[in-house]
Write a protein that binds this ligand. Sequence first.
Ligand code: TRH
Length: 374
Amino acid sequence: MRWDIFCRVVDNYGDIGVTWRLARQLVAEQGAKVRLWVDDLAALARICPQADAELACQLLSGVEVRHWAQAWQTVEPADVVIEAFACELPTEYVAAMAAREAPVLWLNLEYLSAESWVEGCHGLPSMQGNGLQKFFFFPGFTTGTGGLLRESGLLAARDRLQEDAGARIEFLGSLGIRPVAEARLVSLFAYENAALAGWLDALASADTPTHLLVPEGRILGDLQRWAGSPLEPGQVMRRGALSVQLLPFMQQEQYDALLWCCDLNLVRGEDSFVRAQWAGRPLVWHIYPQQDDAHLVKLDAFMALYCQALSGEAQAALRAVWQAWNAGEDMTPGWAAWLQCADELAAHAQAWARRQAVRADLAAALVQFYRNWL
Ligand code: TRH
């Protein structure tokens, strides 16, 4: 079973984050031979420091990583071809797919959405001009979708770390983090956000301590404006009950483990959003902003699904915080309500992860789709 996965990095790290995970999992768990074609290897090198951004071809975790250069080189197409996020395959490659004697399964892996129409469109084919069919494969949270990326040992590894205080201290220490005693440990990964300063003020003036961990990224400008001075990675800045620590951007596996260690994770985009759900800890999602506020419909759709089993108070608190965070508006009323429901939100995050984990993961669902298609 040979697979070609094509990834064009639009911006940020979500496109490469998702395809890199998928490629590794197909190799490790499904016995697939995978080529991952990436146009921007520097993005891969940020989340996987073993990657060399200058190499046209390299083997990483069993995946053949190829630079997707502008000038296309002729290659024999694989059995399954994944066009990630409608990235548009090279014309020559599509022609080679059409010419191949054994048919090729061509899939467009779509962005994650909890909207209800996704179930109806998942797995549908679309006829292409050259007679080939392209199938739309939708990840998702419900039975009629392609599921979520989840490696087979993921939740067991999470449980081991969450149940072992010593291992947690050791792991956090390896990132230069010494958790402040009794503090709520919070990670923050977000786009620029006008709501940050007000929320940090609320944390600083709270009765209980918070230790906020911020991997370097787009929120740094807002953070430094609030701090009133530049922050260096590793440095801890204290104001009232709040300690803020900037962290170097880390390797993907380390970031996963950081999410497992935190009591609350603020995440963004697609991949960190899913990983925070697997952490089984409460999360706040900063959704990737789209034109005409199309993202707000997706935000609502997910909240509707996620909130189903919550009490009225907890639903209201979660919605207030998520909406304020995404609108860049005052978080303080929502945050006060959130704290009142913190225990329920924590239990719910665990239950949500357990329920989601019952379904087939995305890599297994892709392989099953291929088998059914054969
Ligand atoms: O980087 P993102 O904002 O990516 C976005 C979204 O995917 C969005 O839907 C898409 O349209 C846009 O890109 C183009 O957020 P996301 O999806 O969470 O991806 C971040 C990746 O970076 C994820 O794989 C986790 C990883 N990461 C690390 O490896 N180390 C780190 O220190 C951090 C903070 C993240």
